[in-house]
Design a protein around this ligand. Structure first.
Ligand code: FDA
Length: 406
């Protein structure tokens, strides 16, 4: 039977980084992945340019950029391995990068550079790779009286024994790239709670009468303010919105999707920063153009048409419009309320929210509080970042916290 200090299961962002760090600290590490090609999500991330971290991440206020039952859980790990440290690593490997938007750092070249960097770091740590390799079973035996035990894994490449196992198998998003529920099954096998997983950073779908006027707008993009939730739970983003064939997408909708609760509405301001009621009132006083044409100076003309189509009170020159009709139109532009029918699901979700309950893990080390030597890192944990490099930074930081504790 092969013997290792640690077996890391899942060679994505978190698993590769953890294996490399643990190996470089002198541990004998085996990294297992069931896919032919590892780190596929890094390869396709950031439109092929990998948005590998975010400069604006403030580890002291993780609730600003992370969602989960307890967003403060990630504070310790994010403070001990910061975006600046990852940028320094990327710089040491000579990978050119640039800031795109709101602190988001992308490679100038293909994302493969980040994968190559992680593989080089693994080589430095003399990490053994088994892939494709599937793990059939994991068992634990407490071998001595002082609490240390060992894990026995049955895999498609034979049996392995290890003192520690690290689960880095990610979430359920993009099943065609090898996503599996392995991590959640492992958690349950060892008695850890799992917060029900759900698709996040995902396009939303719409149906029914309220959506019908907008169904033909596929391809249209515009900046909006989007919000959901009430009072303390209210969340808002100022970002681009994209109309699709089945609903809404773009950064505004991906971000809000992580906070959206089924059956609740979204409120969208199609002209953020503009007092639409005042602008329409002013147009009424000076113009004889049709309302739809005037509206096209405030929002894209295809959207302007959709907003006035089918409304007899709005099919006329603006100077002849009733004040009440213009007020209702202004309200619809500034506070359009619509309830999504659902999401595009895991096939299109960038991440999976929910996951291993953070109350089960040490925030310092990512080790299970119940099961010695069992660690969970990356997306499999109930920590979900905003769009913009936050999820990779969580993968690096949780991997680092675990590796230094092994
Ligand atoms: P990850 O999913 O990366 O890796 C899990 C690994 O485990 C995979 O290699 C898989 O094959 C393996 N595995 C699964 N089940 C297994 C099993 N049963 N046995 C063995 N191995 C198993 N984030 C960001 O910060 N910036 C960005 O630009 C993007 N862009 C982006 C685009 C798209 C299209 C997606 C889908 C996602 C992103 N993300 C992102 C999110 C980011 O990719 C994600 O949060 C991290 O990859 C999570 O890293 P993990 O290592 O936890 O899982």
């Amino acid at each position: 039977m092969a013997e290792f200090d640690v077996v890391v299961i899942g060679a994505g962002a978190a698993g590769l980084f953890c294996a490399a760090q643990a190996g470089q600290r002198g541990l004998k590490v085996l990294l297992i992945d069931h896919s032919e090609r590892i780190a596929e999500k890094i390869r396709i991330s950031g439109g092929g340019r990998c948005n590998f971290t975010n400069r604006d991440l403030d580890p002291r206020a993780p609730q600003k950029h992370f969602v989960g039952d307890n967003p403060n859980f990630c504070r310790s790990a994010l403070s001990r391995y910061t975006s600046q440290q990852f940028i320094a690593l990327v710089d040491r490997h000579g990978i050119a990068h640039h800031e795109k938007h709101k602190g988001q750092l992308f490679c100038d070249g293909p994302s493969q550079q980040i994968i190559d960097m992680l593989l080089a770091e693994c080589a430095d740590g003399k990490v053994t790779h088994w892939q494709p390799c599937s793990v059939k079973s994991v068992a634990y035996s407490a071998t001595d009286g002082n609490g240390s035990g060992s894990y026995q894994l049955e895999t498609s490449r034979g049996s392995v024994a290890a003192t520690n196992i690290v689960i880095a198998t990610g979430g359920l998003s993009i099943p065609q790239l090898g996503a599996s529920d392995f991590g959640y099954r492992m958690a349950r096998q060892f008695g850890l709670d799992v917060i029900p997983p759900r698709p996040a950073l995902v396009p939303l779908t719409f149906a029914g009468e309220g959506w019908a006027p907008y169904a033909g707008l596929a391809g249209l993009t515009l900046p909006v303010q989007i919000e959901t939730g009430a009072k303390k739970e209210r969340m808002a983003f100022l970002e681009d919105l994209l109309f699709t064939h089945r609903g809404l997408s773009g950064p505004a909708v991906l971000q809000i999707s992580s906070y959206w609760k089924e059956g609740t509405p979204l409120t969208i301001d199609f002209a953020p920063g503009t007092d639409v009621a005042a602008a329409l009132g002013e147009a009424k006083a000076r113009s004889r153009k049709r309302i739809g044409n005037e509206l096209a100076s405030l929002v894209p003309s295809r959207l302007a048409d959709a907003l006035v189509d089918g409304e007899p009170a709005l099919q006329r020159p603006i100077n002849e419009a009733a004040d009440r009709a213009l007020q209702a139109l202004a309200e619809r532009i500034a506070r359009w309320q619509i309830t999504p029918a659902g999401t595009e699901g895991y096939k299109k979700a960038e991440v999976t929210a929910g996951g291993v309950d953070t109350r089960e893990l040490s925030s310092q080390t990512m080790e299970s509080k119940k099961q010695p030597g069992l660690y969970f890192i990356g997306e499999v944990v109930d920590v979900t970042g905003w769009l913009g490099g936050y999820n990779f930074q969580w993968a690096w930081a949780s991997a680092f916290a675990c590796a230094v504790a092994l």
